[in-house]
Design a protein around this ligand. Structure first.
Ligand code: NCD
Length: 317
């Protein structure tokens, strides 16, 4: 690789920008690796020694950035980071392409979170090293999907024949967009889409899902209660305050769904309740003691899934 040239990306490098960039076989390879790392963390503890990962986060994050950084360190690698765009050259007017070409000359892998939709795809074009999308605006969040699929597989033992209810902000929730597309490729998945009218899943995402699997069951509803008895997986999401244009709409919709143990009485005993976190009001803290609540386990599994992803993209798996 000729990094001195700082030209367009080298051919053959692998990026992870959209959840469909990886096939179900690719995901399975990562799940198996993540399982083996969980069983025996020592085996991979030096796998990335001598490698450097850059995390560029131009939007707030706790889990995604820290789980990536924890993952890299647990593989023996090093991390450099920009977590506050105000202190980087972006504040001086530098283009994303220039930032990425420069950082790609320092690091072996880049994780980017950016408020603009499509920013990660552009960055991948310019990055000389593998680029991972840590969330681009309201569009996609593929490593959350990796985490979510791994959680479903770990907790339910399968990724097919499932009724998956997705609830909350389906319009702006990028984790939902990435997850629904990736799940569509598994057999016999039925979706229950629960949201207020204004926050329904965008038509563009629905169309993509229907192209992937014509006739897939997408049932829309505004009532969570009516969907609960059928669901095997309930994926709750936060109303995405930062993507709203006015505070009034946000406040009106914020408490549209609040999951409580009482509401779950009608649900299957082996339901799992997931959430990409952070939660605000949509899951009552009283839910945390319910064995069906797996969201903190999901966050931890995300770190192992990201260890597998980093090792895979760096070719050390
Ligand atoms: C999600 C995100 O950033 O899109 N969080 C995360 O990465 N775990 C979900 C959210 O912010 O609501």
């Amino acid at each position: 690789m000729d990094r001195e040239r700082l030209g367009p990306a080298r051919k053959g490098k692998r990026d992870f920008v959209d959840s469909l960039d990886f096939s179900p076989e690719d995901y399975q390879r990562l799940f198996s690796l993540a399982d083996s790392i969980r069983e025996n963390p020592a085996r991979m503890a030096k796998a990335c020694s001598g490698s450097l990962m850059a995390t560029l986060f131009y939007e707030p994050s706790t889990r995604t950035r820290l789980s990536f950084e924890a993952a890299m360190r647990r593989l023996g690698g090093e991390v450099i980071t920009v977590a506050d765009p105000a202190t980087s050259s972006v504040a001086k007017g530098e283009s994303l392409a220039d930032t990425i070409r420069t950082v790609g000359g320092y690091a072996d892998l880049i994780v980017l979170r950016h408020p603009k939709e499509g920013a990660a795809r552009l960055a991948a074009l310019y990055s000389p090293v593998p680029l991972i999308n840590g969330g681009d605006g309201a569009r996609e969040h593929p490593t959350q999907t990796l985490t979510d699929l791994y959680t479903i597989l770990t907790c339910k033992g399968r990724l097919e024949d499932l009724t998956v209810a997705l609830c909350g902000d389906l319009r702006y929730g990028r984790t939902v967009h990435s997850l629904i597309k990736a799940l569509t490729r598994y057999p016999d998945i039925r979706f229950l889409l629960v949201s207020p009218e204004e926050l329904r899943l965008p038509d563009s995402v629905k169309e993509e899902v229907l192209l992937l699997r014509p006739g897939v069951s997408l049932q829309e509803s505004e009532q969570l209660e009516e969907c609960l008895p059928e669901a095997d997986v309930l994926y709750m999401t936060r109303i995405q305050k930062e993507r709203f244009f006015n505070e009034e709409d946000y406040l009106r919709l914020r408490d549209a769904y609040v999951l409580t143990p009482e509401k779950l009485q009608a649900a299957k005993p082996d339901l799992i309740v997931m959430h990409p976190l952070p939660r605000v009001t949509e899951i009552s803290p009283a839910m945390d003691a319910d064995p069906r609540a797996v969201y903190f386990q999901q966050a931890r599994l995300g770190m192992y899934a990201r260890m597998a992803l980093i090792a895979d993209l760096l070719g050390v798996a």
